[in-house]
Design a protein around this ligand. Structure first.
Ligand SMILES: NC(=O)c1ccc[n+]([C@@H]2O[C@H](COP(=O)([O-])OP(=O)(O)OC[C@H]3O[C@@H](n4cnc5c(N)ncnc54)[C@H](OP(=O)(O)O)[C@@H]3O)[C@@H](O)[C@H]2O)c1
Length: 320
C-alpha cells in the first residue's frame, strides 16, 4: 500500500482510508459478523487509516473498533486512528447539537481514548464548527491535548476558509475532512486554495456518494427501512431515478476500462492527491476499493470526469 503525507506535521497515512461509520450507524443492516473480516482485509491490504467519531453509534463505533482491534490482535502502532468530537448525542441517539466547549472537548477526548483503548488519538477532528465557541478557543484546547500526548494531530471537518485560516494560526492543522466525490465537489469558497497554501491535507468523506455512485443501489427498496439515506434528498422518490442516469455514465466508463464504478469514483479522488475514506462492512468490497489505487486515469478521462460529467445533473441537496 502506498502511503502519503497528510499535512506538514509528519503524519503519514495509507493512500486510502477506511470509513467505519456504517459498521455501527446510519446505513441499516449492521452486520457484526462482517466487521472482523473487513478490518482484517483492511490490514492485509495496508488500509490502516481508520475513521470513526464519538457520535457514530453514538459511542459504539469507537467501542467496536477498540474491542475488535484488541480481539483480532491487530498491532495498534500499525494503525492511524482518526476520530471526531463536537457533535453530541445521547446514548439513545437523540441529537444534543454541536458542542466544542473546552470542557466538552476534554470529556469527549477521554471517552474516545477509553473506548478506542488507546493512549493517543492519531488525528482528532472537530466534527462540525460550533458557532458558539471561537475556533481559536477550540484549537487552543486541542493544542493542549497535543502537548499532553492525548492526540497527535488536529483536523477540522466541514470548515470554511475563514475558520481554517484562523485555526491554523493557533496550531498547525493537519487535515480537513470534507464531503467530496463525483457528485459533491463543492467544499466551499476558497477552501481548496487555502488547504494548498497552508499545506493541509484533504480527507474526502462519502467518496462513493454514500454507496450510490457504485451502482449497487438501484432502488430505494435496496435500503433497509431504518437506513438514514432514505431521508437524504438525493435518495428521495423524486430524485433517485434521475440520479441513476449520472451513475450510468460512470458504469459505462468502468465497463470500457474493465474496472468497477466504485474504482472510477475513488481513482478520480486519488488522482487529485486527496485521500478517500470509503466506508464498507464487506471485505470483498474493501479489496475492490483498494484496487482503485492501481486504476490509471488518462488526462482525457480525468477531464471528462471533472468537466463533462456535470454535477448540474445531480438532483437534490447532499443533506436535508
Ligand atoms: N466528517 C463527516 O461529517 C462525515 C460524514 C459522513 C461520513 N464520514 C466518514 O466517511 C466515511 C465514508 O463515507 P460514507 O460511509 O458516508 O459513504 P461512502 O464511503 O461514499 O459509501 C459507503 C456505502 O457504500 C457501500 N460500498 C462501499 N464500497 C462499495 C463497493 N465497492 N461496491 C458497492 N457498494 C460499496 C457501503 O456498503 P457496505 O458497507 O454494505 O459495503 C456503504 O453503504 C464514513 O464511514 C465516515 O467514517 C464523515
Amino acid at each position: 500500500m502506498k502511503t502519503v503525507k497528510l499535512g506538514q506535521q509528519g503524519l503519514e497515512v495509507s493512500a486510502m482510508g477506511l470509513g467505519c461509520m456504517g459498521m455501527s450507524d446510519f446505513y441499516g443492516h449492521k452486520r457484526p459478523e462482517d466487521v472482523d473480516a473487513t478490518l482484517l482485509a483492511a490490514v492485509e491490504q495496508g488500509i490502516t487509516f481508520w475513521d470513526s467519531a464519538e457520535m457514530y453509534g453514538p459511542f459504539t463505533n469507537e467501542q467496536l473498533l477498540g474491542d475488535r482491534i484488541k480481539a483480532l490482535g491487530i498491532e495498534r502502532n500499525k494503525l492511524t486512528l482518526a476520530t471526531k468530537f463536537g457533535v453530541t448525542r445521547e446514548t439513545d441517539g437523540t441529537w444534543l447539537g454541536f458542542n466544542s466547549t473546552p470542557a466538552q472537548i476534554r470529556q469527549s477526548c477521554e471517552g474516545s481514548l477509553r473506548r478506542l483503548q488507546t493512549e493517543t488519538i492519531d488525528l482528532y477532528y472537530q466534527h462540525r464548527v460550533d458557532p458558539n465557541v471561537p475556533i481559536e478557543e477550540v484549537v487552543g484546547t486541542l493544542a493542549d491535548l497535543v502537548t499532553e500526548g492525548k492526540i497527535r494531530h488536529i483536523g477540522l471537518s466541514e470548515a470554511s476558509e475563514d475558520i481554517i485560516r484562523r485555526a491554523h494560526k493557533v496550531h498547525p492543522i493537519t487535515a480537513l475532512q470534507g464531503e467530496y466525490s463525483l457528485w459533491t465537489r463543492d467544499l466551499g469558497a476558497g477552501v481548496l486554495p487555502a488547504l494548498q497554501e497552508l499545506g493541509i491535507g484533504l480527507v474526502t468523506y462519502s467518496p462513493l456518494g454514500r454507496g450510490f455512485l457504485t451502482g449497487a443501489i438501484k432502488s430505494r427498496n435496496d435500503l433497509a427501512a431504518d437506513d438514514w439515506r432514505l431521508t437524504n434528498p438525493r435518495f428521495s422518490e423524486d430524485n433517485f431515478a434521475k440520479n441513476l442516469e449520472f451513475v450510468a455514465e460512470i458504469e459505462a466508463m468502468a465497463s470500457r476500462k474493465a474496472c468497477t464504478p466504485a474504482q472510477i469514483a475513488l481513482a478520480w479522488i486519488t488522482h487529485q492527491g486527496f485521500i478517500p475514506i470509503p466506508g464498507t462492512r464487506n471485505p470483498n468490497r474493501l479489496v475492490e476499493n483498494a484496487g482503485a489505487l492501481t486504476v490509471e486515469l488518462t488526462a482525457e478521462e480525468l477531464n471528462w470526469l471533472s468537466n463533462e460529467l456535470s454535477t448540474d445533473d445531480i438532483h437534490g441537496e447532499r443533506y436535508a
